[in-house]
Design a protein around this ligand. Structure first.
Ligand code: MV4
Length: 453
């Protein structure tokens, strides 16, 4: 039985994991950098260990210090959260070497899904639809050109070591292909030390829709429906919702079945996400599998009435999944509140939060680590809160979110709140008529000028 968990993370997700642990009667250990000494995770955890200076490379990414912290506190398991070491197969290996349970899938699964070309081939072999293209990596421009000729332009050139939009180039014709191939592989070599690329047909106006799965590593996988994640800017999600306004019962069943087949093929253990591109004909294609809990897991929790962190822990403890029936209830939306200036290209706005009041009331959840007086360190990402609402349907959830955003007071730093308010008022957004290109064309109205007196 797991009795003590070390949380190898910070911010809202560290708090989120601590909450579930304490509900389950599990003791917690926070690790923190010197920049995070005065945080709620440090305060609420049963124990806390400083693991280094502010830079992530000297703290939250230091495997040796995290393992040492687990050993001195007698933790049984490590929850990696998202980001940092969450999808680092070597870290999962080191945990096992030290008899620590890594709360996540096996190192082999993490490694397989981390190589995007291997992941795609694994899924294709399991019967999951994938974007037509090369069988694995292409060796040179000539091979890339043959693949492009076979499937037709435009094509995408993607780095095997990439993911999340990094190391990805589009080519419109044979002449363009030569340049983009060299650019993609050079960029991938420089960024990841691995220049391998693969080629696939370009999917026009795709939506990003992902399926939440949970497997027990003992032959059972279930899915928790989809999340609509098309509202992104430069591959950063800003708003997510469940269910997707584009997905009907039949499409959900098909995508859910595909995600389960893919997860079963790697004997998946823990919570995972299968990301799909969905075109306007409702054809869908495997894109990537994330082997971690995700930022947006909360919208799934709200519509399925499930604690996904609890599922992660129980599975890490060896529990089997029994029965598969889960039903979706209502609609949930999550707005990511970042300390960024939406009127200045979303540039980071770190600093001290002078005033803070989070929205409350029926159907409102605010997952955050910040409070009045909190100083946002410049060393980490800029997300300071996740505002999640639920209601009976999408229209009501949008109204509730607008009400909640209106109640949200954050003084001292710029935030993405005004962006969300304008997005939620947009007619096309409200009609559910959007794809991954939506924000490229979205025009933010200038900020309101408030005249004193
Ligand atoms: C694509 C695509 C169109 N066609 N692949 C971007 C993130 C990475 N995981 C894959 N991505 C894309 N792959 C083909 N064959 C368009 C995108 C894409 C995208 C996907 C999801 C969410 C936002 C996106 C924004 C731009 C491009």
């Amino acid at each position: 039985m797991i009795q003590k968990i070390l949380i190898a993370n910070r911010g809202e997700i560290a708090l989120r994991v601590i909450r579930t642990c304490h509900e389950m009667g599990i003791k917690t250990v926070a690790v923190y950098s010197t920049a995070d000494r005065d945080t709620l995770a440090v305060r609420f955890a049963d124990e806390a260990v400083c693991i280094g200076p502010p830079a992530s490379s000297e703290s939250y990414l230091r495997v040796d210090r995290i393992i040492a912290a687990a050993e001195v506190t007698g933790a049984d398991a490590i929850h990696p959260g998202y980001g940092f070491l969450a999808e680092n197969a070597d870290f999962a290996d080191v945990c096992a070497d030290h008899d620590l349970i890594f709360i996540g899938p096996t190192p082999e699964t993490i490694r397989k899904m981390g190589d995007k070309s291997v992941a795609k081939e694994t899924m294709r072999a399991a019967g999951v639809p994938v974007v037509p293209g090369s069988d694995g990596e292409v060796e040179d421009v000539e091979e890339a050109a043959r693949v492009a000729d076979e499937f037709g332009y435009p094509v995408m050139i993607k780095a095997s070591a990439g993911g999340g939009g990094r190391g990805m180039r589009m080519a419109t014709d044979a002449a363009d292909l030569r340049n983009q191939f060299v650019a993609a592989s050079t960029e991938a070599e420089a960024a990841f030390g691995n220049g391998e690329v693969y080629v696939e047909k370009f999917v026009e106006e795709p939506r990003h829709i992902e399926i939440q799965v949970v497997g027990d590593g003992q032959g059972n996988v279930i899915h928790f429906g989809e999340r609509e994640c098309s509202i992104q800017r430069r591959h950063q999600k800003l708003l997510e919702e469940a269910p997707s306004p584009f997905v009907d019962e039949a499409l959900r069943a098909r995508m859910g079945e595909a995600a389960i087949m893919g997860a079963e093929a790697v004997n998946y253990a823990g919570a995972g996400t299968v990301e799909f591109l969905v075109d306007r004909n409702k054809d869908f294609y495997f894109m990537e599998m994330n082997t971690r809990i995700q930022v947006e897991h909360c919208v799934t929790e709200e519509v399925t009435d499930t604690d996904l962190i609890e599922w992660q822990i129980r599975i890490a403890d060896g529990e089997k999944i029994v029965s598969g029936d889960r039903h979706l209830n209502g609609h949930a939306i999550e707005c990511r509140i970042n300390a960024e200036d939406p009127f200045n290209n979303f540039s980071p706005s770190p600093g001290t939060i002078e005033g803070f009041h989070s929205p409350k009331g029926l159907g409102v959840r605010c997952d955050t680590h910040v409070f009045a007086g909190y100083s946002i360190p410049p060393h980490y990402d800029s997300m300071i809160a996740k505002l999640i609402v639920r209601d009976h349907n999408r229209e009501r959830a949008i109204s509730r979110m607008l009400r909640a955003l209106d109640e949200f007071v954050i003084e001292g730093v710029k935030t993405t709140i005004p962006f969300h308010q304008q997005l939620l008022m947009d007619e096309r957004f409200r009609a559910g008529d959007f794809d991954t290109k939506f924000l490229e064309r979205f025009e933010l109205a200038p900020p309101e000028v408030v005249v004193a007196g």
